[in-house]
Write a protein that binds this ligand. Structure first.
Ligand code: UT7
Length: 320
């Protein structure tokens, strides 16, 4: 039996910090509202001209270094992003060229905030079947580019960043299971209406729009269900989980899932205050943060979960 093991993590945040006070100057909001309703204090914003691939490359190089893996050993790149640099080539192909890798498959996965968990699930299947042995999996976003900075319903929530892991095939677990889901019927609750195939001049809104309250309800119940599904599949109980590494959208959703698992707050990796919602980057950013500060130790059991536009949602149970 082959498993995919996480052998290195890395992340990168743009330098510019945007605080709640900075946002108070843009829209009718307040630091106390943002902190109370979301937990967010600040977020990072990519510099002018700094792209998703720029962030992905920095995170990837850090993950490769941590893993002690050279770019030429990588035989698959999967990037979760909804803010690609170009319509094509994919961000994964742009990144592959920068890393000097030639030949192995490289592609993007578009599942919005679930993008990294989807990318991890896809990469896991490649490793389990023997189709790949050393994989770079990335979640990277420049959400600031699809935010309407006049819309207080959304502009207080999102940030930019990237996180990466290197997976290696191993006879020891590893990723125990991944669970990927989608239900397109809720598209109107969370979307960027503008697109490509309607034509550039079709006048559709190019910015992220969300009916937050409704998304909140679906996210909380759906993530609660996927926690059960993940544990049941593996014949494990909530006491077996050492760390929850959740999508960082809202403190209240994170706390609800932590309570569901019976985990004390200090066993839930929470970076929402400093990162905001970085969409596909949020889970790998949180993972790398807790690996690098020494909280997550080898052999521990990690539950990763995310929910986002589509709707998409997913989880991964990982023996670190
Ligand atoms: O990553 C993908 C998944 N995304 C999520 O999971 C996000 C899910 N949704 C949420 O996190 C929350 O719904 C929000 C943080 C977006 C909103 O929090 P809420 O507690 O659901 O607030 P609300 O939309 O019910 O609004 C409450 C009040 C309203 O005023 P009234 O009607 O009570 O007078 C809003 O107009 O807060 C007002 N409000 C604001 N006030 C200050 C809404 N946005 C803001 C704002 N600043 N930015």
């Amino acid at each position: 039996m082959k498993y995919a093991r996480i052998v290195g993590t890395g992340s990168y945040l743009p330098e510019r910090v945007m605080t709640n006070a900075d946002i108070e100057r843009l829209v009718d909001t307040s630091d106390s509202w943002i902190r109370e309703r979301t937990g967010i204090r600040e977020r990072r914003i990519a510099a002018e001209g700094e792209t998703t691939c720029d962030l992905a490359e920095k995170a990837a190089r850090r993950a490769l270094k941590a893993a002690g893996v050279a770019p030429r050993e990588i035989d698959l790149i999967v990037v979760g992003t909804t803010t690609a640099d170009q319509i094509f080539p994919s961000t994964a192909c742009l990144l592959q060229a920068r890393l000097g890798i030639h030949g192995p498959a490289a592609f993007d996965v578009q599942a919005v905030c679930t993008g990294f968990v989807y990318a991890l699930g896809v990469a896991d299947q490649f490793v389990r079947t023997g189709a790949a042995t050393t994989v770079l999996v990335i979640g990277a976003e420049t959400m600031s580019r699809i935010i309407d900075w006049q819309d207080r319903d959304t502009c207080v929530l999102f940030g930019d960043g990237a996180g990466a892991v290197v997976l290696k095939a191993d006879s020891k677990p590893g990723i125990l299971s991944t669970h990927l889901h989608a239900d397109g019927k809720h598209a109107d609750l969370l979307q960027v209406p503008g697109g490509i195939s309607g034509g550039y001049e079709d006048g559709r809104d190019p910015y992220l729009r969300m009916r937050g309250k409704e998304v909140f309800k679906v996210a909380t119940t759906t993530l609660s269900r996927i926690v059960d599904e993940t544990l049941e599949t593996n014949g494990l109980s909530r006491e077996d989980v050492d760390w929850l590494i959740p999508h960082q959208a809202n403190n209240r959703i994170i706390a609800a899932i932590g309570r569901k698992l019976g985990l004390p707050e200090e066993r839930v990796v929470n970076t929402v205050a400093e990162h905001g919602n970085t969409s596909a980057a949020s889970v790998p950013l949180a993972l790398d943060t807790a690996v690098r500060d020494g909280r997550i130790q080898p052999g521990e059991l990690l539950l990763l979960e995310a929910f986002g536009g589509g709707f998409t949602w997913g989880s991964a149970l990982v023996r670190y």
